[in-house]
Design a protein around this ligand. Structure first.
Ligand SMILES: Nc1ncnc2c1ncn2[C@@H]1O[C@H](COP(=O)(O)OP(=O)(O)OP(=O)(O)O)[C@@H](O)[C@H]1O
Length: 591
């Protein structure tokens, strides 16, 4: 399955429509519907109150100013202050409500994206840069939040104000109304035509922000190699290219986003000009009053001011929509490693005595490369197996299928009497302990790292954990750390040697007491004395534990009950250690 987000977005015909995006978004934010409704009521009241102002002013001019009635004017002044104060209270209540809604939305959105990322398979992470994913979680969700917390209600308010002002304009005098609204119709058409183009430019800008973040992440992660090889220039060049692209796309998006403002300002001026000219003409023919013209002009302003405001809001909407597209893309992905129903009637020739069985398994990576070819073999409980073979032969890929990091493209893997696809991740990972070629440690202490994935010990007191470590014969390994179990691990697993990292990964896996323990080059960086210690610990594992050792150094597999030779994606059983050596030598000669 293709999980490359940038390719998936590029292959799509066009960005999602505003309506679809909003519907999907509201489905996720279902819990906020009531708050949004309340905020809309406040903004509706605020708009209604503000819109009565010009009508009252026009009435005052015709009834009180022209007849010089000061008492009426003062009375009306009091009413106007009351109306505007109430409008202010409504605006405050709405802002207050939406501030909370925005923060909760950001929280929910980031949670949803992060939880989805955790559900996705290894293939997804192989095909996407971590920096781009971080940018989606941090930057793109914030773009959506900015629109919802700051712009949405202004947007709704502007629409209400425009609608209200439009109704007043048409009902006071429909001919003047049509003249004043005609430029707005043109603006609407203009907006509809350019919106997809503007959104595309924003999407390109967010994508380039993601790529920039990807470059930064990669160079920070590999800073040692960069410094050691003195290749700062190489990464500087790549960074500059990404930064340059981001700069250009930002300018392009900015220009597109700001196009609306001058056009709306120009059309608003045209509308006022039309109203003044036509209004004066009507006054001269006694078909209109001065007070009405003043009210009318105020309503034209009330109509076109929000139109101008909407220029900025519309730009925010385009950015938010482009951001949402990138988030929705992750949310719509599904892991292709779904958990299947157990089919008890279909043992399908499974060998009862086996702990693990590969049945006619072929596998190709998402890039299309066929790596394993129709492999069949089985592992029995309590035995030690070795996988040897040349670099790139497919050993780690086989281990990855056992840990179900991927599913076979053809054939089946069975674990402990069931198709491996029927296990929940929790049960499967309890059965399979996997020590990776490049162990990953989290920042914290050795203790934190031992407890990672070993929830059963999380409530243990330090004494109880020590006892469990002793029971698993791991105590002597802790002596290889300066401060024992309390030794600090820095970010990226710094502060300890590669061999020490492997020791922690080893202890972490052994403490789990899995039925099947896979060691992928797990002792490659460990001295001979410590290696013998590990060997001893492995031998003392429960009698039913099956061990799979992947190793290049043949002395590490001397104790294996069976040796499999893995080459070019095929597996051959080597009868003895000498056979394995011959196969390796032969492979070297033939390659
Ligand atoms: N994520 C991946 N995407 C595409 N191809 C991959 C991926 N991982 C490994 N491969 C390819 O699959 C083949 C087998 O790799 P694998 O890591 O299984 O070999 P290996 O026998 O474990 O090698 P080594 O002894 O060097 O660890 C190699 O040709 C490798 O390039």
């Amino acid at each position: 399955m293709n999980y490359n987000l940038n390719e998936l977005l590029a292959n799509r015909d066009r960005p999602s429509s505003g309506k679809t995006a909003l519907r999907d978004f509201m489905r996720l934010m279902g819990g906020e519907k009531r708050n949004l409704l309340e905020a809309q009521i406040y903004i509706l009241l605020n708009t209604g109150l503000n819109l009565t102002g010009p009508l009252l002013v026009g009435y005052s001019i015709d009834q009180y100013v022209q007849h010089k009635r000061l008492d009426g004017l003062l009375h009306m002044g009091g009413i106007l202050i009351g109306v505007y104060l109430l409008a202010f209270v409504m605006a405050y209540l709405q802002t207050n409500k939406m501030g909370g809604v925005g923060q909760r939305m950001l929280f929910t959105l980031r949670n949803a994206v992060f939880i989805k990322l955790q559900e996705l398979p290894v293939a997804f992470f192989n095909q996407n840069k971590a920096g781009d994913l971080i940018s989606r979680i941090n930057n793109d969700t914030d773009k959506v939040n900015q629109f919802f917390s700051q712009s949405l209600m202004q947007f709704v308010g502007s629409v209400f104000t425009m609608l209200g002002a439009g109704i007043f304009l048409l009902s006071i005098n429909w001919k003047l109304g049509v003249a004043s609204l005609a430029p707005a119709a043109f603006l609407l058409l203009f907006t509809r035509v350019i919106s997809p183009w503007v959104r595309q430019r924003n999407a390109r800008n967010l994508k380039s922000a993601g790529s920039l973040s990807g470059e930064i992440q990669e160079s920070l992660q590999n800073f040692k190699v960069i410094i050691a090889f003195n290749r700062r220039d190489y990464f500087r060049k790549r960074f500059q290219e990404a930064n340059d692209d981001n700069y250009k796309t930002s300018i392009q998006a900015g220009v597109a986003n700001n196009l609306f403002l001058p056009v709306s300002t120009f059309l608003s001026a045209i509308a006022q000009l039309l109203v003044v000219a036509y209004g004066i003409y009507m006054i001269m023919h006694h078909a209109f009053t001065i007070g009405l013209l003043v009210s009318y002009l105020a309503y034209v302003m009330n109509f076109y001011n929000p139109v101008r405001q909407m220029a900025a809001l519309w730009a925010n909407l385009q950015v938010a929509q482009a951001g949402w597209d990138r988030i929705a893309q992750i949310l719509s992905l599904h892991s292709d490693l779904e958990i299947r129903e157990e089919d008890v009637t279909n043992a399908n020739g499974y060998t009862k005595s086996a702990l693990l069985e590969f049945k006619d398994v072929s596998f190709r990576y998402p890039d299309g490369k066929l790596v394993l070819h129709s492999i069949s073999f089985r592992l029995e409980p309590g035995k030690t197996y070795a996988l040897v073979g040349p670099t790139g032969g497919g050993k780690t890929t086989m281990a990855s299928l056992i840990a179900r990091l991927y599913d076979p493209t053809q054939g089946e893997v069975w674990l402990d009497g069931r198709d491996i696809r029927t296990y929940t991740p929790a049960v499967r990972s309890q059965k399979v302990g996997f020590i990776l070629q490049e162990p990953f440690l989290f920042s914290g202490t050795v203790r934190d790292n031992l407890l990672y994935g070993n929830e059963q010990y999380s409530h243990y007191t330090p004494e109880e954990l020590d006892a469990s470590i002793r029971e698993a014969n791991l105590e002597s390994l802790l002596g290889r750390f300066e401060n024992g179990i309390e030794t600090e691990i820095l970010p990226n697993g710094e502060g300890v040697s590669l061999g020490q990292k492997q020791l922690i990964a080893f202890m972490r896996a052994v403490l789990r007491n899995p039925a099947l323990l896979i060691l992928d080059e797990a002792t490659a960086n460990i001295d001979t004395v410590t290696e013998q210690l590990l060997d001893d610990i492995l031998r003392k594992l429960p009698a039913t534990t099956t061990r799979v050792i992947i190793a290049h150094r043949l002395n590490t597999i001397e104790s294996a009950d069976e040796i499999f030779f893995v080459n070019s994606g095929s597996v051959t059983r080597a009868g003895s250690m000498q056979d394995a050596v011959n196969m390796l030598l032969h492979d070297k000669r033939s390659s």
